[in-house]
Design a binder for this molecule. Structure first.
Ligand SMILES: Cc1cc2nc3c(=O)[nH]c(=O)nc-3n(C[C@H](O)[C@H](O)[C@H](O)COP(=O)(O)OP(=O)(O)OC[C@H]3O[C@@H](n4cnc5c(N)ncnc54)[C@H](O)[C@@H]3O)c2cc1C
Length: 433
């Protein structure tokens, strides 16, 4: 079927044909006119959920997801790059985040909603789709900090802290990593705790990279007991004497997240603030296992945002007289981005189903974290390439996605550490040291 453009060309060379004859011909063939009017402009498909993963949510859960998406699109997207540029946290958004009611979504009791970890993960993805920093802020508060109390606290501790944290009256952070001990935290923590004669505990040491800690009300501090060598967890309030936080400056990734270097200098903590069910690093690991799928979902969300931004840009940017999405090489790059993204979504979706059935193993969580965060890196790198020079400007968003991806790639277990966990399950051989 010839297009209007083709007809125009034909008409321009039909010098001796009378236009009236053409019009008469069209009048006699009304079907022809209908066919022309049916021809549509090419439609852009911005859908980054290509295999309809979100269709698996119940209508009620999907409403929660859409509420978060709408909030991120309308309240966060227009203002967030400015905060990123200035390394500032948007404190004014906390009451709005509170209204979304998404803290402790998957926990049972203590005012929490007892939703699936699948929905919890999808909500993290929706946050990261627009801003990976806000998603990380929530991951630390709702996942790591609330999760430590939920999994390792006594009933009394849970009753006291979790409702306030769910309401965001209290903001939490999670202090495990140290300046000299990152990947090796399982056996190498140097921060110490010692039980005093009056039943209190004295904490000494340093914690590095602790997200939210510059303004959080409490930090979960993990420390090794000098007397027993066991790892214990403590709920340390920011007002505690001997607890000091210095903001880590000069980050080029997740710049909105306020990471702190914490110094504990003879910090005295009551026994009532020791996590009563944290008796060894195995308990710390339970918290990390629970949140690892959340980091995989964050990587998926970041990749969805990067993909959508790229598709839109390629549809608007013109070179050689055509939008760059008309070129075969661009379409190949977009198809590869979507292929990676779709595989990542399906992998983490199945991981969440396993987690919701209580069947998820450490190695399954690790494989998803490492494989999905590698896919995310491929997606942002291809996206950035398709933006040309504009790909390094903050206003085009892709540079922010690319920079933020680097922190997600490294935190909560580097690629190598997660590969070693998977490798151990394949070979039966532990190869960490
Ligand atoms: C933005 C950001 C936010 C963070 N937020 C928090 C937080 O809120 N709370 C918290 O406790 N921590 C936090 N972290 C810390 C994070 O979890 C650590 O950075 C991470 O675990 C890696 O530790 P490391 O940086 O010390 O790297 P290192 O452990 O020093 O690793 C350096 C390199 O060596 C490799 N490596 C190490 N051991 C082995 C081995 N056995 N075999 C092969 N390779 C190996 C690693 O894979 C990596 O490539 C955050 C980090 C970042 C960047």
């Amino acid at each position: 079927m010839a297009s209007f453009k083709d007809l125009k060309k034909i008409y321009s060379i039909m010098k001796d044909v009378n236009i009236k004859d053409i019009l008469k011909f069209i009048e006699k063939n009304p079907k022809l006119l209908k066919q022309f009017s049916k021809q549509k402009e090419p439609e852009l498909n911005l859908n980054s959920d290509f295999y309809n993963i979100f269709h698996n949510l119940s209508p009620e859960d999907n409403t929660i997801r859409l509420k978060v998406r709408n909030f991120m699109d309308t309240e966060v997207k227009p203002i967030i790059n400015d905060y990123w540029y200035k390394d500032e946290f948007p404190h004014d958004l906390i009451p709005l985040l509170k209204d979304l009611d998404i803290c402790g979504l998957a926990y049972k009791g203590y005012g929490c909603q007892n939703k699936s970890t699948l929905l919890d993960g999808i909500v993290s993805a929706e946050l990261a789709r627009i801003d990976p920093s806000l998603s990380t802020f929530m991951g630390v508060h709702s996942g790591l900090a609330m999760g430590s109390i939920y999994l390792c606290g006594s009933e009394e501790q849970k009753e006291y802290w979790l409702p306030k944290m769910r309401e965001m009256q209290i903001i939490g952070s999670f202090g495990l990593t140290e300046p000299l001990v990152g990947s090796a935290v399982a056996g190498g923590l140097t921060t110490t705790c010692k039980k005093n004669n009056d039943g209190t505990w004295t904490l000494n040491g340093q914690k590095k990279w602790i997200g939210n800690s510059t303004f959080s009300d409490i930090t979960i501090i993990w420390a090794r007991d000098i007397d027993t060598s066991d790892v214990k967890g403590f709920i340390v309030e920011a007002s505690n004497e001997g607890f000091n936080v210095e903001k880590i400056e000069g980050k080029v990734s997740l710049k909105i997240v306020q990471n702190g270097l914490i110094t504990l200098d003879n910090c005295i903590i009551d026994e009532k603030d020791r996590l009563q069910n944290a008796n060894s690093f195995k308990d710390t690991a339970k918290v990390l296992k629970m949140t690892r799928a959340g980091v995989a979902w964050q990587s998926v969300g970041l990749s969805m945002g990067a993909y959508e931004t790229t598709v839109k840009y390629c549809n608007e940017r013109k070179q050689f007289g055509k939008t760059i999405d008309s070129f075969q090489l661009t379409q190949s790059a977009l198809a590869n981005m979507l292929g990676d993204l779709t595989a990542m979504q399906n992998m983490v979706y199945q991981l969440s189903l396993l987690q919701d059935r209580n069947e998820m193993s450490d190695e399954q969580a690790s494989l998803a974290k490492v494989w999905i965060s590698k896919g995310m890196r491929r997606i942002v790198s291809t996206g950035r390439e398709l933006f040309g020079g504009n790909g390094i400007l903050l206003e085009y968003d892709i540079a922010k996605y690319m920079a933020d991806a680097e922190a997600l790639y490294s935190y909560e277990g580097t690629a190598q550490i997660n590969e070693l966990i998977v490798g151990r399950s394949i070979t039966g051989k532990q190869a960490f040291v």
